[in-house]
Design a binder for this molecule. Structure first.
Ligand code: IVH
Length: 675
């Protein structure tokens, strides 16, 4: 710790406390008290102080991001096994659950229960020691899972520390990490556009995001958490589930939505019914309700039977699935020209909603699943998610069922459709394809992009058809009078849209790069670029190699970005937008990241016991542009020597390879010396 004055220490501690509080208000209570840019300002101040002093608290919000990607996850054993749940498929089976409990306990006293939604995500155990989060693991086989703490830390609702006068010596808290259905749809749309495989449901998307070797990707996924279970603990007492959940709330953990405590099984059935009636309004996907005996002493008495507790059960909602027939398969054109197959279905009721369309994702999938017009198919709808076809009943196939192939011409503009090299996407190459242009404008104005409220599908269609907006740059030329001449606008709505457009003129580089629709650049890619390039002008005519050198940036994306900014037409458009008042700030920029690192071209081998996990050291070496290898050769530049080294030391000596200690390595990083 250098340069740490008492004042600085206090300021760091205060900033960590304040930022964590605002993070809790925003991500757990959904009731922020400060603006995002104020949060960012405090965050940057903290980051600066931490860098100059080296004083970093374990619960500092800066510790949520920036960990290096892993090669694999470590296995962790759960102190108490993570159980699964038995199922009840009807209210009658819920009543039988209580009868079994009564028989087992030989009691007819009234029993208290908690009831809550069953979140469809991935179960996680969070382990706290002396209040500090030190481990986070997946359920795995119930006895042992994988240590995914790097990824779990990026979830903003996960407390990095528990504070107050009720902090136990140690506690394992279980909960579900999940993705909101809206978030899931947006992610899949992005993946579809980028020609990447889509996730089948929010559960797979959440699980895939948690079991990601690169925490930077998890961080972009906007995952949520609901805590519902207790594992091993020491130094605290709880009387029951309700008591425990109330403690969790006090400790600022997110807990299940609509959680209730009731007496007697009939009251349970009422809550189960209520949750089911409201499930379509949830922002997340729930596949049932979980019913638990409240009192821990009763839970103990009931115990576990073959990995399922006798004291809890899941009431499963009828699946959101239906069987229907494919009437037609049409090609729909997206903003980047991606031509995707969409099925029109014979209308079918699924979970109270009439479904008449279903996405088929991409043409390879149509072929793989052998989906034909006239086929009888099983369709699934999860929450408000766009329904998709799960399976085909080939035995019900009519004789003349038509095989569908990707169109060779765009159904909207007639230009040719070409398959992306090495990908699954088919694209319309028409430069002025009306479908693409409108989709692009719509994307530009959408929430995650420039966020221009009032510029949705209908208005874009109208503005386009009247020739007022033929490119997103035209948005900034719209006047109130233009809008008032249209049927859909009155004084107030016209003014609102003009105000929203004006507001969008002040934006960030990450948002802007995402908005302008560069092939393969999603929100994550845009953020990465903004981290490495301070100003949009720095991207003009950029060399592909420079973008490839950004770690985590894919080759396809790098090529697309370079290609985009080498086109002078695109640069002209951006210049024009600037002259129309667009102002781009870049709070994401991290100075120095575009330098190649101090260890460029150097190879390191590590041997012996290190003071920190080996993969952490490898991460540091790689971040500095070096290579961490396992075998000593003439090409090795440094052997990093720990305690009780093995045969590698002898080999290094015989080859004349220089040896350094971990401390010396860190000094090289700090001083910026390589050779
Ligand atoms: S309680 C013994 N509560 O369901 C208690 N589980 O089928 C076990 N789940 O692995 C967990 N929401 O991933 C509980 N509110 C909730 C839940 C929930 C989702 C998942 C969890 C568990 C699986 C059991």
């Amino acid at each position: 710790m250098n340069n740490l004055s008492k004042d600085m220490k206090q300021e760091i501690e205060r900033l960590v406390r304040d930022l964590n509080y605002h993070c809790y208000l925003y991500h757990v209570l959904d009731a922020p008290e400060i603006q995002d840019d104020e949060y960012d300002r405090l965050y940057r101040r903290l980051k600066g102080l931490e860098e100059s002093s080296g004083y970093v608290l374990p619960d500092s919000p800066t510790q949520r991001v920036g960990a290096a990607p892993l090669d694999k996850f470590e296995r962790v054993k759960h102190t108490e096994p993570m159980l699964s749940l038995g199922n009840a498929f009807s209210h009658e089976e819920v009543r039988e659950f209580e009868q079994r409990i009564r028989r087992y306990l030989k009691t007819d006293k009234e029993i208290e229960y908690t009831v809550e939604p069953k979140y469809d995500g991935i179960a996680i155990e969070l382990s706290y020691k002396k209040g500090i989060l030190h481990k986070a693991s997946t359920r795995g086989d119930g006895n042992a899972g994988e240590d995914v703490i790097q990824n779990i830390r990026t979830i903003m609702a996960v407390p990095l520390r528990i504070e107050g006068n009720e902090v136990p010596d140690s506690i394992d808290i279980r909960g579900e990490v999940y993705m909101d259905t809206g978030e899931f749809e947006a992610l899949n749309r992005m993946r579809e556009e980028a020609g990447e495989p889509v996730f089948a449901n929010p559960r797979n998307a959440a699980a895939g995001s948690v079991r990601q070797l690169d925490p930077a990707i998890t961080a972009e996924r906007n995952l949520h958490l609901a805590c519902y279970g207790l594992g091993a603990f020491q130094g605290i007492e709880f009387t029951g589930q309700w008591d425990f959940i109330k403690w969790l709330e006090k400790m600022r953990f997110p807990v299940p939505f609509m959680l209730r405590k009731v007496k007697g099984i009939e009251a349970v059935v009422d809550v189960v019914r209520e949750i089911e009636e409201r499930r379509n309004d949830f922002t997340f996907e729930a596949d049932g309700s979980v019913i638990k005996v409240n009192q821990f002493s009763l839970q103990q008495a009931l115990g576990v039977k073959t990995r399922e507790p006798r004291w809890a059960i899941a009431y499963k909602f009828p699946a959101h699935k239906g069987i229907t027939q494919i009437l037609a398969i049409e090609a729909s054109v997206g903003r980047l020209g991606t031509v995707t197959p969409v099925a029109s279905l014979k209308p079918v009721q699924i979970g109270g909603v009439t479904v008449s369309n279903s996405t088929l994702h991409n043409w390879d999938e149509v072929k793989r699943k052998d989906i034909r017009i006239g086929d009888t198919v099983e369709v699934e709808r999860a929450g408000d998610v766009i329904p998709h076809v799960i399976s085909v009943f080939t035995d019900k196939r009519p004789e003349n069922a038509e095989i569908i192939v990707p169109p060779s011409e765009c159904p909207v503009c007639g230009a040719s459709v070409e398959k992306e090299e090495g990908g699954v996407a088919y694209r319309c190459i028409g430069l002025n394809c009306a479908a693409q242009v409108q989709e692009r404008i719509q994307h530009y104005a959408s929430r995650a992009a420039m966020d221009i409220e009032g510029l949705g599908e209908k208005n874009v269609e109208l503005l386009y058809s009247r020739g007022l907006v033929r490119h997103f740059v035209d948005i900034y030329r719209l006047t109130r009078e233009d809008l008032l001449s249209l049927p859909r606008f009155a004084e107030k709505s016209a003014q609102n849209l003009i105000d929203a457009i004006e507001k969008s003129k002040s934006t960030t580089l990450a948002r802007f790069l995402y908005s302008i629709g560069i092939l393969h650049v999603g929100e994550y890619g845009a953020k990465l670029l903004a981290r490495h390039f301070n100003d949009i002008d720095d991207l003009f005519r950029v060399q592909e190699e420079k973008i490839i050198s950004i770690k985590q940036m894919g080759d396809k994306t790098a090529y697309a970005v370079a290609h985009f900014f080498q086109d002078s037409k695109n640069i002209e458009v951006i210049e024009e937008m600037k002259s129309l008042g667009l102002r781009i700030k870049n709070p994401d920029f991290k100075a120095g990241t575009m330098d190649k690192g101090h260890f460029q071209g150097l190879t390191f081998v590590i041997t012996g016991t290190m003071p920190v996990p080996r993969r952490e050291i490898e991460g540091i070496i790689e971040k500095e542009g070096g290579r961490a290898s396992n075998t000593i050769s003439k090409k090795t530049d440094y052997l990093v020597l720990g305690e009780s080294p093995g045969s590698k030391l002898q080999k290094a000596q015989s080859l004349g390879v220089q040896t350094i200690s971990y401390e010396e390595l860190m000094l090289m990083v700090k001083k910026g010396t390589g050779r």
